[in-house]
Design a protein around this ligand. Sequence first.
Ligand code: N01
Length: 545
Amino acid sequence: RTSPLPQPDADGRTREVDAVVVGAGLSGLYMLHRLRSLGLSVQAFDGNEGVGGTWYANRYPGARVDVKSLDYAYSFDPDLEQEWEWTEKYPAQEELLRYIDHVADRFGLRPHIRLRTRVTEAEFDEGAERWHVRTDRGDRVTAQFLIMATGCLSVPRLPDVPGLDRFRGRWHHTAQWPEEGVDLAGKRVAVIGTASSGVQVIPLIAEQAEHLTVFQRTPNFVIPANNHPLKPEDQRAVKARYAEVRKANRESGFGVAFPEATKGAMEVPAEEREAYYRKVWYDDDNSLVSLLSGYNDLIISKESNDTIAQFVRDRIAEVVDDPEVAKELQPWDHPLGVKRPCLGTNYYETFNRPNVSLVNVRRTPLVEFTPGGIRTSEKEHPFDVIVLATGFDAITGALTAIDIRGRGGAGLAEKWAEGPRSYLGIAVAGFPNLFTITGPGSPSVLSNMMVSIEQHVEWVGDAIAAMRAGGKRTMEATAEAEDAWTRHVDEVAQMTLYPTADSWYVGSNVPGKPRVFMPYAAGVGVYRQQCDRIAASGYEGFVFT
Ligand code: N01
């Protein structure tokens, strides 16, 4: 990885650019590239020491993507997609970061990015019709456009348990893992959290630690990743028809094409269902999408969902030697897929190791961190290292953390106090020329993020190009369009089982966050059609000056 250049603090002067892009992860880098291709001057900022966003920050052992590499890669440049060789079905964080660094270099993006610099404030100047942006390093920049490429899962959450500052060992959140790694050999290690991050890190920590104690509040459904090196001939075969693959992904539900199921799970005999689930479970080429797309009602019918949930519970009982531990690991409190299901490698098997124990913190809740470890309602557990796989203030957290003020000085965080309101998940009434990449109200986290990111970046780029061609200065969602879209997002969610579970999709992991199902659940294909129709209509629902 290219080391970041030392960057001095800002010199106090206000600079003027056409656009500021906040974030230099997968969305920020592509937005930067797109706007530069349109001839705009752009300044991007990122708080990390390097580009890559999620893939820069999440360096914990086992971190890897849960969408197949060939689907997760950028599609915007045919040469890039042909030339880059992926090594695995699900590449690990280092490989993803290598890829992102390559993209930053290949498209000459680095000179336009200020790293280790967080945007703290952005205020719209109604007179000048420009955004005034400030950073924690003293930068002052004004820009016509402000694009928030801040990520859906970029603000880590610590558990609301007192005493972490008193703990004398080392503690790390999985999303703030030190670049130099953490020596776990011979250590007594705790992991709190058993969702995607926990499920990935737990088996690898178990291999290194003297003893690992896993603190589980909610068991999750963990599907075997069946990860493997990509065969060159398989990679060649996809690349030979890449355009077709990409088109199908864009038109699909989750951003990864899969033959559409025509039947509900209860419409076929139990043996046929079981055979399908079994095939997916053991198939080398399986994916979350193949699991959830086998029947057309798994996310809308509890009865149908129960069939697949029970299948997974049976597999857990099969793999885990101790029946009591198996029972603890079986999820009962939510349908499969309505919280993000996890992909795992040796996850359930890890609980058969003699150096791993499981604590159910619903039965014996966490009371406090102590200087020596963690106290539950039952006893104190001594630790050398505590790993917090406790998630994020998702989707809105990175946006409301910045003091963003639109017309009349109105704040975005205040506007969203009762839940996010957005038009298409892209634009917010009262905040002209502000665009959110994969914002609340767009498919975002319910999809292959790369498909959603590219669609948003291209839609926003096209809108800006159209404005410039038409001599327009500002573009703003109307309150009516925003209201109607926000209602629509909720209506679609209510047709599914998604809102039934406590999850970061509804903000229930952050105390005080309003319970609103934030992503748009109609699928990326349907969503794209609506975005395209709105653009073709001359941007219905927007006003221009
Ligand atoms: O975070 P999470 P994550 N006491 O919020 C527990 C993506 N991702 O980092 O469920 C005890 O899902 C919490 O328990 P509960 C992916 O989209 C992708 O794992 O709230 N436990 C839960 O078990 C994913 O969905 C990949 O009861 C506490 C865990 O911590 C998203 O990121 C890899 C607690 C938090 O789970 C977030 O995943 C990693 C407390 N006080 C992440 N507070 C891949 O691509 C929280 N928990 C594979």
